[in-house]
Design a protein around this ligand. Structure first.
Ligand code: KG4
Ligand code: ZN
Length: 378
């Protein structure tokens, strides 16, 4: 099978640094994007390529691991070659190879990990293992030094401590962030991730994949108060999330409580579908914002960081901005620009700069791990 996917996102460096800088080649294959980037000193993007597999997975309404793995295998060498060529970087210009080795789909992670280990061995360069979720946090921070992204209203300086909300297709996690190398997990989803809920509800509403952008688009003309979908807050002090209930509520709404009826979506008006999308989005955003607020109060955060694919959602960005502005004293909000919300290798190479400085290198026996680092309450 030939993958017909095309690179969808290429970012060229705006300036060249002298050779006193640290250049890191980052590699990312944790889910359905094959990505590589060369980043100097953790903040200057020399070149970045992201190849998306969306077209391959859309007919299944979610990522199929075997298809993802095969597509990564086909794309990894061309993507790395293109990044190195465009960044005008060869073996002598690269100081380390960084790769996201957890969490993610093992069969997908292994392609990036193998490529990184091979280059590390062949070029005799240090290997750096990066946690994909920690890299998403980094995408909200390093981009405060970039000029080529959409304007943000808040002060871009990071003041600690910070609380980080990472919302993606596979994870929904809150972190106590004191340093790039040691974010502490405060809470995470006990069932579906927020992005997964967007994707599943889009399937119920017969909207295209990936569901997040499709629901956001449909919700624009909808009434967010039309349907009172449940907001699962769990225990009063819990910082965990649960999104399976709201997904089931949408399913019941469309099929009827006994689930015996057909999906009524085909006979619904555009307005009814827009109302479901808007009401669902409002409920998910409500939970994400309230839990982030709860976490920020708990650790007395000065800054809120937002990253991951769902961070591209405008309602979430607006609501978080409102709670940051209205808290006393106001909190800073750093949000990854949309091009760095979804998976990319810039965030991997950028975070790896801190590992490099700290001398934290991986061995050539590095393996991929599907699960998260369980530093909760550590
Ligand atoms: O971070 P990401 O690229 O991949 C994972 O690590 O999972 O996130 C992908 C997820 C998908 O579930 C997609 O539906 C969701 O991010 N997403 C959005 C939006 N754009 C992408 N969810 C809500 N609103 C959006 N605008
Ligand atoms: Zn991700």
């Amino acid at each position: 099978m030939q993958a017909k996917n095309k690179p969808v996102n290429k970012i060229r460096a705006t300036s060249h640094d002298s050779r006193t800088t640290i250049n890191i080649l980052g590699i990312e294959t944790s889910c359905d994007e094959t990505a590589a980037a060369v980043v100097a000193d953790g903040k200057t993007v020399k070149f970045s390529v992201i190849t998306s597999q969306t077209k391959l997975h859309e007919k299944y309404g979610g990522v199929v691991p075997e298809i993802a793995s095969r597509a990564h295998l086909e794309k990894i060498c061309p993507v790395i070659t293109e990044v190195l060529q465009q960044a005008q970087a060869g073996k002598d210009d690269i100081d380390a190879i960084a790769v996201a080795n957890r969490p993610g789909l093992t069969v997908a992670l292994i392609i990036g990990v193998t490529a990184a280990k091979t280059l590390s061995f062949a070029w005799a360069k240090p290997l750096i293992a990066i946690d994909h979720l920690h890299a998403h946090i980094q995408s909200a921070i390093f981009t405060s030094n970039l000029t080529s992204h959409e304007p943000r209203t808040t002060n871009h300086e990071l003041t600690l401590p910070a609380v980080a909300l990472i919302v993606s297709g596979g994870h929904t996690s809150l972190y106590d962030y004191h340093s790039p190398l040691e974010p502490k997990l405060l809470g995470s989803t006990i069932d579906d991730a927020a992005g997964e809920a967007f994707d599943k509800v889009a399937t119920i509403l017969k909207l295209p994949y990936p569901g997040g952008p499709a629901i956001e688009k449909a919700a624009k003309t909808g009434n967010p108060n039309a349907i009172a979908f449940p907001r699962s807050m769990l225990e009063p002090d819990s910082l965990d999330f649960s999104f399976s209930g709201i997904k089931t509520a949408v399913l019941y709404y469309c099929h009827g409580q006994d689930m015996k009826g057909e999906n009524k979506v085909d006979s619904m008006s555009q307005q009814q579908i827009a109302d479901i999308a808007a009401s669902f989005q409002a409920a998910v955003v409500d939970v994400l914002v309230k839990k982030t607020q709860r976490a920020a109060e708990k650790i007395d955060a000065q800054t809120v960081l937002l990253g991951g694919g769902v961070a591209a959602n405008n309602q979430l960005r607006i609501r978080l901005q409102q709670i940051c502005d209205s808290s006393a004293p106001p909190k800073k909000l750093l949000i990854a620009p949309k091009q760095y919300c979804t998976d990319n290798a810039v965030m991997v190479a950028s975070l790896a700069y801190h590992n490099f400085k700290a001398g934290l290198f991986a061995k050539l026996t590095l393996e991929p791990h599907a699960g998260c680092l369980t530093t909760k309450n550590a």
